[in-house]
Design a protein around this ligand. Structure first.
Ligand code: AP5
Ligand code: MG
Ligand code: ZN
Length: 217
């Protein structure tokens, strides 16, 4: 199963992708997570990406396309993958089509998480992420059992540098301008499934499971 998660910042792409990884045993490819790892390691890629991320802008297409191409050709992607946060521009989507065609593969479904803007700010400003395992929490909707500590691994929770309200508004602007047109791009291919992302995490997951069972059979 080759899947794409679309949706604005804070829609729940990462949260739901982790559930797909667990149930269907295919890897999550989150370009945002890959950049944050590179930033943490202090690599050249990380230094370059951080400048854009901190402003809420997109990292240049050539950079992102290169790292995704390398990632999806790895062995663990042979049975499928979930792209989370890629593609984000028409150019990235076209590059993805080219890569997949070369590999003799295609996207089976685009899961589009629909969430209203006022809800998004709340979700992102209260988000906390585990430094060690990447688990995602929300101080209001899904708080950890112990303040500041990951339930799953005991790791330390932190707030992303780009999760300040001002940066979130810029990320949403960029989403509307550059990423939203992808809904039409994939609708023309007839593979978009709109998911009501406003419901709680469990209900959203049930809707996604239904779609995935349908496309698998
Ligand atoms: P990226 O890391 O991809 O961020 P994003 O797209 O803005 O999405 P988020 O990770 O913020 O949200 P999410 O949908 O994963 O939500 P989550 O599950 O965490 O990108 C960051 C930056 O990297 C970009 O700005 C750009 O600079 C760069 N970049 C990355 N990819 C790129 C690309 N392809 N091209 C160019 N640049 C790129 O959930 C959010 C919160 O809500 C959490 O607290 C969670 O607990 C809570 N929550 C989740 N679901 C629910 C629910 N149903 N109800 C209540 N709360 C919920
Ligand atoms: Mg995410
Ligand atoms: Zn953890």
């Amino acid at each position: 199963m080759n899947l794409i998660f679309l949706g604005p910042p804070g829609a729940g792409k990462g949260t739901q992708a982790k559930r797909i990884v667990e149930k269907y045993k295919i890897p999550q490819i989150s370009t945002g997570d890959m950049f944050r790892e590179a930033v943490a390691k202090g690599t050249e890629l990380g230094k370059r990406a951080k400048e854009y991320m901190d402003r809420g802008e997109l990292v240049p297409d050539e950079v992102v396309i290169g790292i995704v191409k390398e990632r999806i050709s790895q062995k663990d992607c042979e049975r499928g993958f979930i792209l989370d946060g890629f593609p984000r521009t028409i150019r990235q989507a076209e590059a993805l089509d080219d890569m997949l065609e070369e590999m003799g593969r295609k996207i089976d479904a685009v899961l589009n998480l629909v969430v209203p803007e006022e809800e998004i700010i709340k979700r992102i400003v209260y988000r906390r992420v585990c430094k060690s395992c990447g688990a995602v929490y929300n101080l209001i909707y899904s708080p950890p059992k112990v303040d500041g500590t990951c339930d799953k691994c005991g790791g330390e929770l932190y707030q992303r540098d780009d999760d300040k309200e001002e940066t979130v508004r810029e990320r949403m602007r960029v989403y509307r301008e550059q990423t939203e047109p992808l809904i039409e791009y994939y609708s023309k291919k007839g593979i978009v499934f709109n998911i009501d992302g406003k419901k709680d995490i469990e209900e959203v997951w049930k809707e996604i499971e239904k779609v995935l069972e349908r496309i698998r059979s």
